[in-house]
Design a protein. Structure first.
Length: 239
């Protein structure tokens, strides 16, 4: 009995010793297996983080590249817009100049046409004023005393009738010429105007103002405001 109990006790002790000895080994084996199992996961996680970091870096580089390309496109578009604006301003300036030149041409053409129309009879008018001068000379030779004389003889009546007929003819002729722009210049008593008058002589006249016309040698004419022939006059010179 005693031997059997001792045998069992020694066996139990050996068994406990083997179990105690086997436990650290099993723990180490478990840890090694766990490490082997976790290693691929750790490596996968490391690769994932590395890939993610590389992806973010590439995304940032791509974004920066796109921003640079967008800036280049905006700069190119701005240059094109500036060029188009400059071209538009240039064409606008050319258009305005062309319009201004055309309007100037229209005005100049209208002015030339008007002048051609107004002075088309200039040569004819120069020849015609000689006939008007003859009317004036014929009327000026008739003495005013005979026209105002109380004597009513037949000859005086004929002279007065002739004078009045010539005077009426001259008046009608001058009115007709005035309708066509031809006017006579009669500057008696006016201030001397070198643009319309031609001074043939000057003389002192104490009873008249200086630089005034006191004698008309030949009356002048204007055609549509332009002097056709200046009046030949005598001018007062008191200074």
């Amino acid at each position: 009995m005693l031997r059997t109990a001792l045998t069992r006790s020694s066996r139990a002790l050996c068994s406990g010793t083997r179990v105690a000895a086997q436990r650290p080994i099993a723990s180490q084996i478990f840890q090694m297996q766990a490490a082997r199992t976790a290693a691929p996961q750790l490596r996968s996680a490391a690769r994932w983080y590395s890939a993610e970091a590389e992806g973010e870096k590439k995304a940032e580089e791509g974004a920066e590249k796109k921003e640079g390309e967008a800036d280049d496109v905006v700069t190119a578009l701005k240059k094109q817009l500036d060029a188009k604006d400059a071209e538009a301003r240039e064409w606008k300036d050319k258009c305005l100049r062309t319009v201004a030149d055309f309007r100037n041409l229209q005005e100049r053409t209208a002015r030339d046409v008007k002048q051609a129309k107004d002075f088309a009879i200039q040569k004819f008018a120069k020849d015609l004023v000689e006939s008007v001068d003859n009317f004036d000379r014929a009327l000026s030779v008739v003495p005013q005393e005979k026209l105002k004389s109380e004597e009513q003889s037949e000859h005086l009546k004929d002279l007065v009738n002739l004078y009045e007929g010539l005077k009426m003819t001259e008046t009608i002729l001058l009115q007709t010429l005035k309708k066509h722009g031809l006017e006579r210049i009669d500057p008696d008593g006016e201030v001397f105007n070198p643009n319309e008058h031609e001074a043939t002589f000057m003389a002192p006249m104490p009873d008249k103002e200086h630089n005034t016309v006191f004698h008309i040698q030949q009356k002048g004419f204007k055609l549509n405001g332009r002097v056709l022939r200046p009046a030949q006059v005598g001018v007062v010179k008191n200074k």
